[in-house]
Design a protein around this ligand. Structure first.
Ligand code: GLU
Length: 299
């Protein structure tokens, strides 16, 4: 696959809350790298989470980033406008026999994960995000039951059959385990091996939207010809399943850079739900972009 020589980066916030200092760090590192590489920084709005997306958060993203001194080419890609592309990618995985329907609710999964752990006398298995590792509840539902539940209108997600996906990727890719190429702060290049199986039979198509974060992000990085993915170290484990999906879908892998995180006084990652002070609040309190750079150790 031929990729444009022009380096292309993206900052890809989810508009389900206000941006905080962690986002400022990510946006500014992306900006810095784009300048160093003489490339283009795109803004992508990752608004697939329809229940939590709010238009005013999108307006705030534009205002906060402009206040930080950033600009970006138009039009801005919104993932909510790309559902057809995600459906197509999911259909390809399905046609390869790598997806299966799962009707289980969160509660069903929790109970099954607890029962499995208790039976094995082990702690509950979790994925890198800390969610219960899917206990394969609906992996082998009889076709008749699948049809019956679908006809009854029961909502279902589509999950990746991780075992089969790995087998298919091993056939498609000459080297295993897969790796990604990490470009560190000094521009040094390292190859980092990943283990997608840590995600188990992950959701690829959610019940409420025809995609998931993992699918949408790899489809859009390919679609937008992204050459450099620069994002927080909290997403480094996700790169494992992203590499797997890229191999399966025949996508060109970008170079990755997983940057440090902004931590609070207790050493925890800042989060919208954890009440981190927002960029909008800092802006309204009279701070300027230089103050922000100082607060996140960029100057
Ligand atoms: N939308 C994701 C977030 O706000 C970032 C996705 C990415 O950079 O891959 O956490």
């Amino acid at each position: 696959m031929v990729r444009s020589a022009n380096p292309r980066l993206r900052f890809a916030p989810s508009p389900n809350g206000e941006l905080h200092l962690g986002h400022a760090l990510s946006a500014l590192i992306n900006h810095q790298q784009a300048q160093q590489l003489n490339g283009t920084l795109l803004l992508r709005i990752e608004d697939i989470d329809i229940g939590r997306t709010r238009e005013h958060f999108i307006d705030q993203i534009y205002e906060d980033l402009s206040w930080l001194g950033l600009d970006w080419p138009q039009p801005v890609l919104r993932q909510s406008a790309r559902l057809g592309a995600y459906r197509d990618a999911a259909r390809r995985l399905d046609e390869m026999g790598l997806l299966y329907p799962c009707f289980a609710t969160r509660k069903d999964i929790q109970l099954a994960a607890q029962a499995k752990a208790a039976a094995a006398n082990q702690p509950i298995a979790r994925d890198p995000d800390g969610a219960f590792l899917y206990p394969l509840l609906h992996k082998d539902l009889p076709p008749g039951e699948i049809e019956r539940r679908k006809s009854a209108g029961e909502p279902f997600a589509l999950r990746l059959d991780m075992e089969r996906a790995i087998a298919a990727a091993r056939q498609a890719s000459p080297s295993w385990p897969p790796s990604f190429v990490e470009r560190d702060e000094d521009g040094q290049i390292n190859s980092v091996a990943v283990d997608p199986s840590r995600w188990g039979d992950a959701v690829i198509v959610r019940k409420d939207v025809p995609t998931s974060y993992h699918l949408a992000v790899v489809v859009d990085d390919e679609f937008q010809n992204i050459t450099h993915v620069t994002r927080g170290a909290d997403l480094a484990a996700a790169t494992g399943i992203h590499r797997l999906l890229q191999i399966l879908l025949g996508f060109t892998p970008p170079l990755y850079h997983h940057h440090r995180l902004v931590l609070d006084q207790d050493g925890n990652k800042l989060s919208k739900s954890g009440g981190a002070q927002s960029l909008t609040a800092l802006r309204q309190a009279g701070h300027n972009a230089d103050d922000i750079s100082r607060l996140i150790g960029m100057t």
